[in-house]
Design a protein around this ligand. Structure first.
Ligand SMILES: NC(=O)c1ccc[n+]([C@@H]2O[C@H](COP(=O)([O-])OP(=O)(O)OC[C@H]3O[C@@H](n4cnc5c(N)ncnc54)[C@H](OP(=O)(O)O)[C@@H]3O)[C@@H](O)[C@H]2O)c1
Length: 405
């Protein structure tokens, strides 16, 4: 089947390589992005691989596209005529790509929810507002199909389906022990990453959102295969959909680990105004400090070779089954260097790109297809869980986990 992938950065390059390992499903891919040279380089790598790997059987073509422009997207989609458009560019392009899908009658999938360029605020409301139009067109839009959001939602649906009558609490824990040797670098797009971690924290408790200052709530947790790490409460987009889609959930929180060097640099950059998103005048030109910072930071796509260590991302569920109170931890551990050996990428891009491929595959196979706009926890988790084990992100269970205070 034919798919169009928009974007050719860290996440897209993993997703495309994983699709190409699965050529029976993905017979033809067009890679279209702002910088066509990156698409051509990836096509060349897949068609003429080194280290004794076999060339992919998937037919690949490339194109230049500005995904902020709906009519450019529409022309490209009409010309290539894919089954689905997979958005692995940036959250700013979500709505234009959804508009183009509606105009051309194509399914849609992404890994991050829309945020406007000029406001550091991500929310599902803009994309959920497309629900009726996708329903009426008989098209499926799958939102947030990376790891977090993505696998964390699938884990939640799986826990609810197989282990609980009711889930009371969910804690999502995202640990990254990767060391790339730089004093400061981000593991995915720096602009999106810094907007996320400098925002206020927020969590859902007893029917309302509780807001915190950035990094105000800190806990220590002992992660399997990583060890003890400090982690901080952040607002993360799956909290919004899970608070709605897990019936009767009483509390849901998200914690992410950060090293001291990262936090010290970030604090300093914030203090001097380098993370600001309002344009300033510089030598007669308007520049956005955060976009300038992105330009001087290492490109996340180049971190793979240098990054050593592991990620451990998962969810701890507490709830009731047959009247008994139970705790259950589902998680994945991913090794940065193993990812590099397989697809020349670090684990953050890998843990996002693999689920994007799996969600696309399930939609193409008709297993995750229904008219409307959906978050991943609204589909049957079982085929996704099976595919995670098969395609490089095996999961583990702990029926007696240490809980987060
Ligand atoms: N759910 C999760 O677990 C998770 C985790 C990490 C990241 N993400 C999401 O994954 C997405 C990709 O992240 P990444 O690290 O791969 O970012 P990245 O390396 O910066 O790649 C973004 C790609 O999009 C292209 N692009 C940007 N604006 C475009 C436009 N207007 N038209 C066409 N192409 C455009 C870029 O082109 P150039 O090459 O010209 O810059 C680049 O190829 C982001 O939305 C991020 O939030 C999700």
């Amino acid at each position: 089947m034919k798919i169009l992938i928009i974007g050719c950065g860290g996440v897209a390059s993993v997703a495309i390589q994983k699709c190409c390992q699965n050529s029976e499903v993905f017979t033809e891919i067009m890679i279209a992005s702002r910088t066509k040279a990156k698409c051509d380089a990836l096509k060349n790598k897949l068609e003429n691989p080194k280290n004794g790997k076999k060339p992919t059987k998937t037919k690949i073509s490339t194109a230049q596209v500005n995904a902020d422009n709906v009519s450019e997207l529409v022309a490209l989609i009409q010309q290539f005529n894919p089954e689905i458009v997979v958005n692995l560019a940036l959250p700013y392009q979500d709505l234009t790509i959804m508009d183009a899908c509606l105009a051309t009658g194509k399914h849609y999938l992404d890994t991050a929810n829309y945020e406007p360029l000029d406001t550091a605020k991500f929310e599902y409301k803009w994309q959920w507002a497309y629900r009726e139009r996708f329903e009426q067109a008989g098209l499926t839009a799958i939102l947030g199909c990376g790891f977090d959001p993505g696998v964390t939602g699938v884990f939640s649906a799986y826990a609810l389906k197989h282990h609980f009558d009711k889930i009371h609490y969910i804690d999502i824990l995202d640990a990254n022990d990767g060391d790339h040797g730089y004093p400061f670098a981000t593991n995915f797009n720096p602009e999106i990453n810094i907007r996320e971690v400098t925002a206020n924290g927020r969590y859902w408790q007893e029917g309302k959102w509780i807001e915190t200052a950035p990094m105000e709530i800190k806990r220590e947790y002992n992660f399997v295969q990583i060890g003890k790490k400090d982690m901080y409460l952040l607002y993360h987009e799956e909290l919004e959909s899970l608070a709605k889609n897990i019936p009767g959930i009483e509390r849901i929180r998200f914690f992410m680990t950060f090293g001291q060097s990262y936090l010290t640099h970030l604090q300093c950059l914030q203090n001097v105004g380098m993370t600001a998103i309002e344009p300033i005048d510089f030598n007669g030109q308007k520049i956005v400090p955060l976009q300038f910072l992105k330009a001087v930071l290492p490109d996340p796509a180049t971190l793979g070779e240098r990054t050593k260590g592991k990620t451990n991302i998962g969810c701890i569920f507490s709830g009731t089954k047959n009247g008994r109170y139970e705790n259950y931890y589902l998680y994945n551990v991913c090794d940065h260097q193993d990812c590099y050996k397989e697809v020349e990428s670090q684990a953050i891009s890998y843990t996002t790109g693999v689920p994007a491929m799996i969600g696309t595959m399930l939609l193409l196979q008709g297993l995750w297809r229904k008219p409307g706009v959906f978050n991943v926890e609204e589909f049957d988790p079982d085929p996704f869980m099976e595919a995670l084990n098969k395609y490089g992100l095996p999961w583990h269970e702990n029926f007696n986990p240490v809980l987060v205070r």
